[in-house]
Design a protein. Structure first.
Length: 287
């Protein structure tokens, strides 16, 4: 019997105290919040609401902060990213990366109204893969595309903007420059400066894109494996369509999805760029 199966809490304070101890002492990928809540005689929702009232954040967020603080200490001591990942109890380097990139869904109203009333800033910035075009909202980074000889800056912007035809846009290259620097410079991937991204799409698309965020840098997966992961094993074709609609290229790594044969299949911003990004990432991992 595990230690959290025998907890008896007589007050809200004791419940929160027990939860803090459990979240602090348990590796992130081993946390079973529903089971722990039941041991306290609560539902997961009740425990989450109680914890938020006392601590100002959810149990999951608290556990991430604990893991993140531990990771920062290890990295400061020159531990490798891989060693740090497993030391803090995360299952892969992609999980560590998740702590440095926060993401959320666009408010339903903005999605339903195709961006009506939403003000977006857009601009261009250099990247290792050509000129990047970025769009941002008050909620975070909402789009990344690329311009080259085959697609002008204006065409790349139009490609991103037509997802939200009712939003208003203003160009400000200075405003997007700091975000682009954090996105494309690995030395700027810092826990205390997370890149907040806004996933704007259907529930299915968002589920696919969230899965892409879990693919480790320097590796690849297939459309079928993504479909299996989200519990839709017969939806590989639909997964492919969702991957192709990913609005935040590079950050949400649709370039890491390949055909079942391992071939570099179509990429919205061109297969040569997909090959360049994968090669660049291999160099980052091997550095």
């Amino acid at each position: 019997m595990s230690k959290h199966e025998t907890i008896i809490a007589n007050s809200d304070y004791e419940t929160v105290q027990a939860a803090i101890a459990y979240l602090s002492e348990t590796l992130p990928d081993e946390i079973d919040l529903p089971r722990f809540a039941r041991a306290l005689g609560l539902t997961e929702r009740q425990l989450t609401d109680l914890f938020r009232r006392w601590c100002g954040l959810t149990p999951k967020s608290f556990a991430q902060c604990v893991a993140l603080n531990h990771a920062k200490q290890l990295l400061a001591d020159n531990q490798s990213v891989l060693d740090t990942t497993y030391a803090v109890g995360l299952s892969s380097t992609s999980r560590l990366h998740d702590l440095f990139v926060t993401h959320e869904a666009m408010p339903p109203g903005a999605y339903r109204n195709r961006g009506e009333g939403l003000e977006m800033t857009w601009g261009v910035a250099p990247s290792p893969f050509g000129t990047a075009v970025l769009t941002m909202t008050e909620y975070g980074l909402s789009g990344i595309g690329f311009a080259d000889e085959g697609m002008s800056v204006e065409a790349a912007f139009d490609d991103l903007a037509r997802r939200w035809p009712n939003a208003s846009y203003r160009r400000d290259d200075r405003a997007v420059a700091p975000v682009a620097a954090r996105v494309f410079d690995p030395s700027r991937w810092k826990a205390d400066e997370p890149v907040r991204v806004v996933l704007i799409g259907t529930d299915f698309e968002i589920k696919v894109w969230q899965t892409l965020l879990r693919i480790p840098v320097g590796t690849a997966t297939t459309y079928q494996k993504v479909a299996d992961h989200i519990g839709r094993p017969t939806a590989a074709r639909a997964v492919g369509a969702a991957v192709g609609k990913n609005p935040i290229s590079f950050v949400v790594p649709c370039h890491r999805v390949v055909g079942s044969s391992g071939a570099l299949t179509g990429y919205h911003w061109g297969v040569p760029r997909k090959r360049a990004i994968l090669g660049w990432e291999s160099g980052v991992v091997g550095a």
